[in-house]
Design a binder for this molecule. Structure first.
Ligand SMILES: Cc1ncc(COP(=O)(O)O)c(C=O)c1O
Length: 458
């Protein structure tokens, strides 16, 4: 995992369709200077995406300066749910800039007031307090703090345990990273906090035991009794698949949290705002959490995140003690308002729900052709994944996923680099505005690229 794509220009076949146009070598030779500059001045960790220097992005397309156009299946890492640079969002940002209110710290502003009211309005009954931040990691980090202080309040100083899930991801700040389940997989992420443990995530593929009893035995083995648990932090679907837990599992988990005064947090940073064909992904389980973390698709553009929760959890700290310099920046709030309105007005959640079947069917067709190397495919709404394995084995194959993505890039279909605990997942996440025709075209490209990548293996 962590391979770079080549930045040496390669001649690739011309492509010209309604949704894609590739007419130059890739990367374009004139863009190499920019790629090299980034390599020189940024840490190595910033490399890794296909070498396309974005000039602009609109709706479902990403463009470079040289006349090439990609059908975007990344949504810039699941951000642009309402489409790239949606006109309504651009206008809201421009209006806000023209109003000359670009920043007001925690001093009140109308934009923030309108957004928190709107978010409380779309949140379930009982979750009516909203705290705005900037990134998804900040939101999950804040949720951990809220769980712990609540735990101490109701159960004393030993009720500080946080349970996350293996292969989970909640961001890259220290606490969020510790609560994510990549810690055991990569030597450079070490969880030193004995009160943060992970349970197996019941995805049904890598983890075939999907019973909730395994959650209980695991946390006990890892040293946590229920009375010491302050919070459970779960990605509503695990991004690396994407994988949902069984409904029964989540219902039992919610009951268990209720019985033991444990705060249940759903991390909806990538799952929320219509992505899975429901406004919130937890609606698929019929369970309401105590706290929701949001980010990414909340604004379809500028950096904004939110923690939404029950009053007794959100109102634990006195004035001035849970804030951030950029909390609810007015320009970001204006963008988020426009994005939420567009998602609702254009029924983008409904579009995601309607396209789930064509997406899943297409992925299953690809898997049926290559069952030895496509181990697992999933899709819910407009998020899907194709997981590659070594021929005939249940062992992740990062190189194959990488090769499929690179070939798609050369054909005008854009994915971000493979994800997953072992970098084995080709993740599909177009803007929710995508029409079915573009979905079908993208699936055909993915199909061709997979054929080629698999043939190249032998
Ligand atoms: C489920 C989940 N939580 C949290 C985060 C972290 O968000 P950010 O990168 O904005 O800090 C991500 C980002 O990929 C995510 O997918």
């Amino acid at each position: 995992m962590g391979k770079e794509f080549s930045i040496t220009p390669k001649t690739v076949p011309h492509v010209e369709t309604k949704y894609r146009r590739i007419g130059t070598p890739l990367p374009h030779p004139d863009s190499v200077a920019t790629l090299e500059k980034l390599r020189q001045f940024e840490p190595i960790s910033m490399r890794g995406q296909p070498p396309l220097v974005w000039e602009r992005a609109e709706d479902i397309f990403v463009y470079d300066k040289y006349g090439n156009r990609w059908l975007d299946w990344s949504s810039g890492v699941l951000v642009t749910n309402a489409g790239h640079a949606a006109p309504e969002i651009c206008q809201a940002i421009l209006d806000q800039v023209n109003s000359r209110l670009l920043h007001s710290y925690v001093f009140p502003n109308e934009e923030r007031a309108e957004l928190v009211e709107t978010l409380a309005g779309v949140a379930p009954e009982g979750l009516k307090k909203v705290f705005l931040l900037t990134t998804g990691s900040e939101a999950t980090e804040c949720a951990i703090k809220l769980c712990r202080s609540h735990g101490i309040k109701v159960g004393g100083k030993k009720k500080i345990g946080i349970v996350g899930f293996e292969r989970g991801f909640h961001g890259r700040t220290l606490g969020s990273q510790q609560a994510g389940g990549m810690a055991g997989q990569k030597s450079w992420i070490v969880n030193e906090d004995p009160a943060i443990v992970t349970a197996p995530f019941p995805d049904g593929y890598w983890q075939t035991d999907t019973s909730f009893d395994t959650f209980l035995t695991t946390i006990e083995q890892r040293g946590l009794k229920p009375e010491n648990v302050a919070g459970v932090l779960m990605e509503t679907y695990q991004g690396v698949g994407p994988d949902f837990a069984p409904v029964e599992y989540v219902r039992r988990m919610a009951e268990w949290c209720g019985q033991h005064d444990v705060v249940l947090v759903f991390d909806e940073v990538q799952a929320g705002f219509g992505r899975t064909g429901k406004f919130w992904a937890f609606e698929h389980y019929g369970v309401t959490p105590d706290v929701i973390c949001c980010g990414k698709g909340i604004s379809s553009s500028l950096p904004l995140s939110a923690v939404i929760g029950r009053e007794q959890i959100m109102d634990q700290f006195p004035p001035g003690s849970m804030t951030s310099t950029h909390t609810g920046n007015p320009v970001c709030c204006a963008a988020a308002m426009a994005s939420v309105r567009k998602i609702i007005k254009d029924d983008l959640t409904g579009n995601a729900a309607r396209l789930e079947k064509p997406l899943l069917d297409g992925l299953k067709r690809i898997q049926a052709k290559h069952p030895q190397v496509i181990g697992h495919v999933t899709a819910r709404g407009l998020v899907g994944g194709l997981q590659t394995v070594k021929r005939g084995k249940k062992e992740p194959d990062h190189d194959l996923a990488h090769s499929i993505i690179e070939r798609c890039f050369h054909k005008g279909l854009l994915f971000f680099a493979p994800v997953g605990a072992w970098g084995q997942t080709v993740k599909i996440s177009p803007p929710l505005t995508i029409p079915i025709e573009a979905m079908e075209e993208g699936l055909e490209v993915l199909n061709e690229a997979t054929d080629e990548a698999v043939n190249a293996l032998t």
